[in-house]
Design a protein around this ligand. Structure first.
Ligand code: GLA
Length: 392
């Protein structure tokens, strides 16, 4: 069979199934350079939209049904817009239903449509495949409803779908990066005020994303339990720091003073948040000044903190990070995203990116008996309709 690009596949499946011409929408993945597990703790993060994509092909229907074909698994399913009840499965269709539900509760009535979805973002890999999916479908459904939403509203709508309908208590980082980012820029996002600034990505470094092959074992379990721990820590700390809302407001002295009140586990969770906030500040400066060695060492420190204090890494991610750091052109490496599996991100000198990718593939394969998926990421536009999708 001849090679087909993702949009060509999504388009041709649409025409095969529905026998009409669709509108095409595309949504990127995101990396997070640094600032992990800070969005829901009121801290700042540094994500960037990258060139892995979810595509959606859409055409209108006259009945209140979304008829969906998923290229991921070849399944065909229907969402009845008159019954947007949850089933708690966390399936792809549940995410799409969540988007329709969030539109409905926000006063934009979703309309019936035919929909084909496909993409090349590994699912559950820490590259935000779910926010990418939500946003591509939300953009199409909002257009179909004839509504005009600001990008920020679109991001918040998708966040609501994931947090309140699907039940993953995620922060706002992923939806903001995918809806409001800009190609070639990182987004310095203050997750408390939702203010952000776009910072140019360095020219003399590349980001390498490597999938450990471990998909998060409990899609929301470990993640939600970290959120609960952070909420419990805020509540305990309010006894001595009245008015505290988020862990990111703390300074190192305050967590040491409250160590016995917090107990060892919550103390370590707080220490990750406070130290990661400091690393985000330093990393922003390092990126602006082109101090790539410093940026790399901050990535390394972030990994140690996520592994030891926040405890969201796993042995495969730790191994990948070690292998990457032993390669000549690598300036730093860490796990990325929610954790418990998924991807690492490494900062690497451009001239050495391909050789590094080859070495990591080989070494990890030798160690664990399976080759990891490796991608040297490039910049990407935020979610939008794409008219010239045939272009290479
Ligand atoms: C997942 C969530 C984000 C964020 C990261 C961890 O990707 O969707 O909101 O919390 O984990 O930084």
């Amino acid at each position: 069979m001849p090679f087909q690009s993702v949009p060509a596949l999504v388009h041709s499946e649409f025409v095969r199934i529905f026998r009409e011409e669709p509108r095409m929408y595309r949504s990127p993945a995101r990396i997070n350079i640094i600032g992990e597990h800070l969005d829901y703790n009121g801290g700042s993060v540094l994500p960037s939209a990258v060139n892995l994509f979810t595509w959606a092909a859409v055409s209108p229907r006259t009945d209140p049904v979304i008829d969906i074909y998923l290229c991921h698994d070849g399944s065909r399913q229907r969402i009845a817009l008159e019954d947007l009840s949850k089933d708690g499965s966390g399936s792809v269709v549940e995410y799409l239903k969540g988007v329709a539900w969030a539109m409905h509760t926000g006063g934009v009535e979703p309309q019936g449509c035919n929909l084909v979805v496909g993409g090349n973002i590994p699912l559950g890999g820490g590259l935000s495949s779910s926010a990418s999916l939500e946003l591509v479908v939300a953009s199409a459904l909002v257009d179909r409803a004839g509504a005009q939403l600001e990008r920020e509203q679109l991001a918040l709508l998708c966040h609501k779908a994931e947090a309140e309908f699907v039940g993953v208590q995620c922060g706002i980082m992923d939806q903001y990066a995918i809806a409001l980012g800009a190609s070639g820029y990182a987004m310095m996002l203050d997750c408390r005020s939702h203010d952000f600034e776009l910072l140019p990505l360095p020219d003399d470094a590349k980001f390498l994303v490597i999938h450990s092959g471990v998909s998060r074992r409990l899609p929301s379990g470990g993640y939600n339990s970290r959120r609960d721990e952070c909420a419990a820590a805020v509540e305990l700390l309010q006894q001595s720091i009245p008015g505290l809302c988020f862990l990111a407001e703390l300074d190192p002295g305050q967590i040491s003073d409250n160590r016995s009140r917090l107990g060892e586990t919550l103390f370590r969770r707080c220490r990750h948040v406070v130290s990661e906030c400091q690393r985000v500040r330093e990393a922003t400066g390092a990126m602006l000044e082109g101090e790539l060695e410093l940026l790399g060492s901050l990535l390394n420190e972030s990994h140690s903190s996520l592994r030891d204090d926040y405890e969201v890494s796993c042995s495969e991610l730790d191994a990948l990070v070690e292998i990457a750091r032993a390669c000549p052109g690598v300036l730093g490496s860490r796990m990325m995203g929610g954790g418990f599996g998924g991807c690492t991100i490494s900062l690497v000198r451009p001239a050495e990116a391909l050789e590094t990718a080859r070495r990591i593939r080989q070494e990890y394969g030798r160690l664990l008996g399976r080759e990891p998926w490796v991608h040297v990421v490039g910049p990407a536009e935020p979610v939008s309709e794409v008219e010239d999708w045939h272009e290479p």
